[in-house]
Design a protein around this ligand. Structure first.
Ligand code: FAD
Length: 144
């Protein structure tokens, strides 16, 4: 098995400020590119859901750094799987707006329109991440 896929959820702390988004994005882009980590980080003001894919050692090292970050707490691994192929071709980050499209998506997968990452089961977490990636790709294609 060539790759691992780690999905975790966490809760934002008071240290997670609007300016944090840019600094997380910058650090993650730089590090994840260097370490061949792909995946997606979804978040709103309250919580995070992230998938990290790559070689096992790199995913573990990245996750250990993320674990120590005071901008979030209650970090819980939802799933850790070995895989022959990556699901995500690059690394990305998306803010989850509280709009009807997002509420419908969450309702479809979890039966609740609220983003409650710490309550997710592995299948729903993975499905939500893939749907959000597809939405982001659609938006990018429309903008191109
Ligand atoms: P640097 O590049 O030196 O620092 C990274 C940046 O983060 C700097 O701008 C620094 O000022 C800033 N920073 C660090 N801690 C704080 C803080 N408490 N308050 C304000 N700014 C701060 N990193 C990854 O490499 N890949 C990821 O996929 C990734 N995902 C993340 C997901 C979440 C939910 C969170 C909260 C953080 C994530 N990070 C990720 C960031 C990670 O926790 C480390 O901050 C980062 O990896 C450190 O990078 P660096 O060693 O290159 O440090």
């Amino acid at each position: 098995m060539s790759f691992v896929r780690l999905i975790y959820a966490s809760r934002a702390t008071v240290e997670f400020q609007p300016s944090s988004i840019q600094s997380i994005l910058q650090a993650a882009r730089k590090n994840n590119n260097q370490n061949y980590i792909t995946g997606l980080l979804c978040f709103n003001q309250r919580g995070f859901l992230q998938c990290l894919e790559g070689k096992r050692a790199e995913v573990n090292r990245t996750f250990q750094r993320i674990l120590k970050d005071p901008r979030h707490e209650n970090v819980e691994i939802i799933s850790f799987q070995y895989s022959e192929k990556r699901e995500f071709e690059s690394w990305n980050m998306g803010y989850l707006q509280n709009n009807q499209i997002m509420r419908d998506l969450l309702m479809r997968h979890t039966g609740s329109a609220e983003f409650l990452p710490l309550t997710l089961i592995p299948e729903d977490a993975f499905a939500i991440l893939k749907d959000i990636r597809a939405m982001m790709e659609e938006v990018a294609a429309e903008e191109a």
